[in-house]
Write a protein that binds this ligand. Sequence first.
Ligand code: CP
Ligand code: NVA
Length: 300
Amino acid sequence: MKRDFLTLLDFSAEETEALLNRSAELKSGKDSSACPLIGKSIGLLFDKASTRTRISFQAGIYQLGAQAIYINANEIQLGRGETIEDTAKVLSRYLHAIVIRTFAHDIIERFAKNSAMSVINGLTDLHHPCQTLADLMTIKEKKGRLKGVRLAYIGDGNNVANSLIEASLMTGISLALACPEGYEPDRKIYEKARSGEADVKLMTSPEDAVKGADVLYTDVWVSMGQEETSDTKKKLFKDFQINRPLLSLAKPDAIVMHCLPAHRGEEITDDVIDSPQSVVFDQAENRLHTQKALLETLLK
Ligand code: CP
Ligand code: NVA
């Protein structure tokens, strides 16, 4: 039976823990079991720009012995009106799995429903679960644990924030989100986490959120596909910035995370993202290791 990874909660807590352990093993370079996915073809169907997701999947797939086929959504018949359902059925006849980056989350759900191969969410407007796997690996590496770690997310209640909420529900991370009014995370995802007794709080004060935090996390104010909101958001979000004064309210050994790409001078200042407390490039590297473990798990 094929399995999909559309949101973090498609895996159980135990499966995620095993995946993170395997990611660490792959990163250590100690495992020399070569090419477990030899002979397989994996599609990368992208409707939005990408540096990390695209290249880390492409390199990781090669390292696992498989072939990656990059597909620009506008260059296949999908871009000329072929349906998502027909595209999913046809590509399932050629590929063993597909990573999709697109807009509305229901596009990937429809694709997965009509697909005989595993579908992996490489970002939708609602979720970014592959990013969260790398985030969890990074927090574990730097803090030695997940449960009880205090994470403050500052900024837009977007796909990255939604997936972090699911991570809190799954792992026991204590999450405080500071978002401007009207830019909160998805209500259903938030309510589900709260009713599952996740330690998740929503507030409007970045200062309150970061007080005593172990991890500070932010993302761009304007996500892909929302460019027309840019002027309004830049005014509204100006106090939702990780800068030196804000960082000084967190624990002295707090780390700073960002999924990247960063808009330096907007959601984060240069002196913070380039400081020794910043782990953003380790976080980016961990995309590679966690996604290799994900592919092994889904395709074994
Ligand atoms: N963090 C992340 O997903 O980066 P890309 O948009 O470059 O893939
Ligand atoms: N929230 C951002 C994440 C980019 C990796 C976006 O959707 O554009």
